[in-house]
Design a protein around this ligand. Structure first.
Ligand code: FAD
Length: 634
């Protein structure tokens, strides 16, 4: 785009880069203009990029003209424009996506739209008696994206709480993971809480440091830092039947301590505990080695020979950056992952976005609404079509993405090397990795000092790595990009509930399970944020917020009612998990070739939900108190 000082031209240029469907929803919302409703639509693109949009260029031009008039017609840029009636919003959202939406999808969408930043805060049905509120107390474990939201929502609800965090600062994932090239592959517009819609990040997909900046903003803006006890790890949770409280056993600067609270909210993350492989001789290696989540401050890899073990998201993100520094890189691949090239993945927002955000009311909100629906695309790629007969794909759309990803691999690497990087499992049966089409691991692999090794590692020795074909490859540094203990929920805490039941025992046979992803019978007043079978479905910040909505509504029920405990009944728990397990059989991640954290040894998935985002939203927004035994006087 050519930069120009002419304001009309600037507006036109900015609008040329805007999503026409966003303009359609927005114009309708602002003006009620029925002409935009009548546009003929067509489906374009394939796989992940299958999209609904205006069928004709003339209609796109019409949308841009109307939007330009909205921006410039009032005579002065930045002038206020009436945002239109709120009861028009459901239809405007439908027009922006080009399809009819269910009531739940609309209600979820309106929240994501972010006009009400506190739509996911507790609104007490009646004013809680101050004494009851004062008696109640909550311990939140973890001060990442989820724990900070939990803290803020408890604060807003007036419920006394304390956050316990093992690290020396807030931030969780985005504090711990500082490897070169780290970035989200969820759209940034939806990678904030709804109260963060106006946070001024600059990237479609934010680098890790930008996410850290967002979390610092949350902690500072809402004055949460004093609510967090840092450098303190929760080791154990013990339910005390006599007092109907949890004992929270911590290790911190003051040594071992026992705290007590009525409720506990765990927000300890899903990808927080690094997983290291068990390779013979690891301890014999004389050079430096570390996991991606433990990147040493100021590590200098120039002139070093570096082994990267692991080719998941972190490995793929990091390799092009390391290739700029290191003398030699050997990428040890056990199993490749599907890559989805996304134009502009590494770039800042298109030029002119700031203008649209400033002068086009609700532009940011519509963009966020559309971004928040990205999980819907993954659901569609992941659902098994029983009538689709293909050994390598589960539906037509899934096949489209497979073909597109393979074509891209071959274009970049040529058929021989590309063949080594075609995953054996269908697309989406493992976590696909978004990459930049012009600068990714694939471009790095075309450089003479970067090599792919697929022989399999036999052992590590003092100076390097021996592969199964007997080759010995000398390296100076080993980086383990080997992921996290994702299926080990609440690891390594010991959690003991009623009658001495432990979560470790409850989950031993079939892996972690929970009711609506948050609660377990026998463990009253314990809510998990990002708990078992919640991955996929909603985007992570929305999942955090909605899990907290569920927890807060339970707390309200307890505080306003005369109850001291709340937990799911055994039958509700069993029914819920049967539904999840049955649903997961119809998802691509049930494919046995996709051996990864999506599926566990027990033959079920502890991590994934087959539910659509709006279903997850519904189950967390509307607790069913018939399923939740609320026992006892206070
Ligand atoms: C490299 C990487 C890339 C990712 N990219 C994406 C992405 O693109 N999109 C996406 O949606 N998600 C992504 N994720 C997932 C990411 O973890 C979540 O999006 C989100 O940050 C999770 O927030 P959280 O608060 O649940 O967990 P975390 O950010 O992991 O925070 C958990 C906190 O709990 C603390 N804690 C844990 N155990 C204890 C204990 N026993 N006592 C005290 N404190 C404890 C930890 O120290 C940590 O601060 C990525 C994760 C990683 C590692």
């Amino acid at each position: 785009m050519v930069e120009t000082e002419n304001p009309v031209r600037k507006v036109q240029d900015a609008l040329a880069a805007a999503d026409p469907m966003v303009l359609r929803g927005l114009i309708y919302q602002l003006t009620g203009d029925e002409e935009v409703e009548e546009i003929e639509l067509a489906t374009t693109g394939g796989g992940f990029f299958r999209a609904i949009g205006p069928a004709y260029e003339s209609d796109i031009a019409m949308l841009r003209q109307k939007a330009a008039r909205l921006m410039t017609g009032s005579g002065s840029a930045g002038a206020e424009i009436d945002p239109g009636p709120l009861d028009r919003l459901p239809r405007s959202l439908e027009l922006a996506v080009g399809q009819e939406l269910t009531k739940d999808a609309v209600d979820w969408g309106i929240e994501e739209f972010g006009l009400d930043p506190w739509a996911r805060s507790l609104r007490w049905e009646v004013e809680p008696p101050p004494a009851r509120l004062g008696e109640f107390s909550v311990t939140v474990i973890g001060a990442g994206l989820g724990g900070l939201n939990a803290a803020l929502q408890l604060k807003r609800a007036g419920i006394p709480f304390r956050v316990i965090e093992k690290n020396s600062d807030i931030g969780g994932t985005w504090l711990e993971n500082r490897y070169p090239g780290i970035r989200v592959d969820s759209p940034s517009r939806a990678y904030t809480h709804i109260f963060g819609v106006d946070f001024d990040h600059k990237y479609t997909f934010c680098p890790g440091g930008e996410n850290r900046r967002y979390l610092d903003w949350v902690a500072d803006t809402f004055d949460l830092r004093d609510d967090v006890t840092l450098d303190t790890e929760v080791r154990e949770l013990r339910w005390d039947e006599a007092t109907k409280e949890w004992e929270i056993i911590t290790d911190g600067p003051g040594g071992r301590q026992t705290l007590r609270s009525k409720g506990v909210v765990t927000s300890v993350g899903f990808l927080n505990r690094p997983s290291l492989p068990e390779i013979d001789g690891m301890e014999d290696f004389s050079g430096d080695s570390w996991h991606t989540a433990r990147w040493p401050e100021g590590a200098d890899l120039s002139a070093k020979r570096v082994a990267v073990i692991g080719t998941g998201c972190s490995g793929y993100q990091m390799i092009p950056e390391l290739a700029r520094q290191a003398a030699e890189i050997i990428v040890f691949q056990r199993r490749p992952q599907w890559m989805v090239p996304v134009p502009g993945y590494l770039s800042e927002y298109q030029q002119g976005t700031d203008l649209l955000e400033r002068d086009l009311p609700l532009f940011r909100n519509f963009m966020r609404f559309k971004s928040s629906r990205m999980p819907c695309e993954f659901v569609q790629l992941s659902e098994v079509d029983p009538d689709f007969d293909d050994p390598d794909a589960v539906s037509e759309r899934n096949r489209e993405q497979r073909d597109a990803s393979i074509a891209f691999l071959e274009e970049k690497l040529g058929p021989e090397l590309a063949a080594k990087m075609i995953p054996p499992h269908p697309v989406c049966s493992g976590r696909p990795v978004l990459i930049d089409p012009k600068n990714s691991v694939l471009d790095a692999l075309t450089k003479p000092h970067v090599r792919l090794n697929t022989e399999g590692i036999k052992r590590i020795y003092e100076d390097g790595i021996e592969t199964k074909d007997g080759s010995r490859l000398e390296v100076d540094v080993i980086v383990y990009a080997t992921g996290f203990k994702a299926s080990d929920y609440l690891f390594p805490m010991t959690v003991t509930g009623r009658d001495g039941r432990t979560l470790a025992n409850e989950w031993a046979a079939e892996g972690a399970q929970a009711y609506r992803g948050t609660m377990v019978p026998g463990f009253p007043n314990l809510w998990m944020i990002y708990g078992p079978n919640t991955n996929a479905g909603l985007g992570v910040p929305a999942l955090h917020e909605m899990s907290m909505v569920f927890a807060l509504k339970c707390m309200e029920h307890m505080i306003l009612g005369d109850t001291s405990e709340i937990e799911p009944t055994d039958s509700a728990f069993a029914r819920w998990n049967q539904k999840i397990d049955e649903g997961n059989k119809r998802m691509v991640w049930s494919d046995p070739r996709g051996r990864n954290y999506y599926w566990t040894e027990s033959g079920r998935s502890s991590t994934m939900t087959p539910l659509r985002p709006e279903e997850v939203w519904h189950t967390l927004n509307y607790p069913d108190f018939a399923d939740l035994g609320a026992a006892g006087g206070r």
